[in-house]
Each structure stands twice: as C-alpha cells, then as structure tokens.
Design a protein around this ligand. Structure first.
Ligand code: SF4
Length: 284
C-alpha cells in the first residue's frame, strides 16, 4: 500500500452526472481506498476511473488530503452561496470515490477534521457513506452535526452473505456493520442500509426484517447494471463479481433480480432504487 500525504488544492467538487440529483457537492477526504482489495473493491464503481487512479492499481494507493479540514473552511461559504444561487440546498455527499472511514483514517483523521470543520460552517445537508464500523469513532461529532444540518448515514451492506465465492473478505463483517447501524440509529441518527451493488441474498425476508428491527430508516437497492455508470453493467462485467454472484444465484446478475428484491424489501422498509435512493427518495 502506497500512502502519500498531499496538500490538495480543492476539496468540494460541484456535482455532475448522476450525482447531480443526489447532492450539490461531493467531498473525498482521500483519493484511493484502503479497502480496494477487499470484496467491495472488486465491484467498486470507482476503480474504473482512470483520471483518479492515474494508472495505479485500485486498492494499492491512498492519497491523504492532509489539509482537508482547512480547505473545507476556506471554501464552504463560497460553495454554499453557489448552491443557493441555483436554488439548491448545499448538500454534501461524503464520499463518492473513497471510504471516509477506511483504514488510513485511524492514523490521519482527515475525515474527522472535515466533520469538525463542518460544525463551524455546516452544510444544509450531509450524506455520509461507509463500509466501516470505524464511523463509530466519530459518534459525538455526528450527533453535533445532526443538530446543525440534515444528516443521513448510509451504511453499505450489499447483502446477507459475508463471502462470495472466489472473492476476498469484506472490510467489516455483515454482523459488525448491522451492529454499527443499530448503534447509530439508537442514538437518534438517521441511518440507511445501502445494498450497492446488490449481492444475491440468502434470505431476503429475514435480512430486511433485521434491518428494520435494528433501526434502519430505509434501504437503497442498486444493481451493478445501471449502477456502475453503464446501462448494461459493462464495467462490472469485466470483474470477478458477476461470476461470483452467478455461482450463488444465476439470475442475480440480471436487472429483474433487483426488482424482485425491491418488491420484497418494500414489505419491511421504505425503498430507494439506485440514484433515486442515493438522493433520499424512497417509497413503500
Ligand atoms: S469501501 Fe467503497 S470506495 Fe472503498 S473499495 Fe469499497 S466500495 Fe470502493
């Protein structure tokens, strides 16, 4: 793993493409992801972004934006004004291209510095997304932020199986992530379970019932087809993920499988499908 400490020039990126419907800005405290060699890294939509990887192997590098907290304070007011001039709330998605609580965060605490900066200059809305239970390290700051802005926490839990055949283990077990979601929900924080990309489920009824019982306010269900930025899922089809999924359940690599799971999930929780779900639009 190559770790580079960098002084970034920018932090808040004005949303474009599918993110436009989700937020006004994305914020990535790191470039690259230390979870890139775990199971989620296999189907990670970001690994195909050559502008971002610049030829480096996904999961083998992390650029640490050491000055991120300071950059946030320097640019937040200007970006908030920019959003408001377009009659859009200043909504930050953290993160679209990395995990804010990846292993490097334990040492460098860049995400923490940004969250603390946000308590001084809060956005209108903040969407946090992670695979990691290390988010629990920042509960106090999250509680403070939830009083200052609309805060939503997406915990990525792609399915109810810890392992898919031929793929490495996940960053944290399913059980650990469900317990993190439960702990955050119990504190009154708004949590959403994010099945992205959706893996074949062993027992969907039991899974969604559990997510409901631990306090998830909604679920997002996103298939790699459409979800990976291509209509046919062609980026993901180049990886080992579809083969691993089809070994468990053949039809799970087709879009109708997503719709079938959406219908089951609706018996338990509000459901947001793909980009609509990331934007916080759910239906029963
Ligand atoms: S944690 Fe997120 S950003 Fe990191 S490799 Fe997994 S899916 Fe990609």
């Amino acid at each position: 793993m190559q770790i580079n400490l960098i002084q970034s020039k920018t932090l808040l990126t004005r949303a474009s493409g599918y993110l436009k419907g989700v937020c006004s800005h994305s914020l990535n405290p790191y470039t690259g992801c230390g979870y890139g060699l775990s199971s989620c890294g296999e189907g990670c939509y970001v690994r195909f972004n050559q502008w971002l990887t610049r030829g480096r192997q996904w999961g083998r590098f992390v650029d640490v934006k050491s000055n991120a907290g300071q950059l946030y304070l320097q640019s937040a007011e200007k970006e908030k004004t920019w959003a408001h001039k377009r009659s859009t709330p200043f909504t930050i998605f953290m993160s679209s291209a990395t995990d804010p609580w990846q292993p490097a965060e334990k040492k460098y605490r860049v995400t923490r510095s940004v969250l603390q900066a946000m308590t001084t200059c809060p956005p209108d809305a903040l969407i946090l997304q992670t695979h990691s239970t290390s988010i629990l390290d920042d509960q106090e700051t999250l509680l403070e932020l939830s009083q200052l802005c609309s805060l939503r926490i997406h915990i990525s839990i792609e399915g109810d199986r810890n392992r898919l055949p031929g793929l490495p283990p996940p960053p944290c077990s399913i059980e650990q992530r469900i317990l993190a979601l439960q702990q955050l929900s119990a504190k009154g924080l708004k949590t959403v379970a994010c099945l992205s990309p959706l893996y074949p489920l062993e027992n969907p009824h039991r899974f969604f019932d559990r997510l409901k019982n631990v306090g998830a306010s909604a679920v997002i269900i996103d298939h790699f087809i459409e979800g990976d930025g291509t209509a046919e899922g062609s980026r993901t089809l180049k990886t080992r993920l579809p083969h691993a999924m089809s070994q468990i359940q053949k039809d799970s690599i087709q879009l109708p499988y997503r719709n079938q799971i959406v219908n089951i999930a609706r018996n338990y929780l509000p459901v947001g499908v793909s980009a609509q779900g990331f934007a916080g639009h759910y239906s029963h």
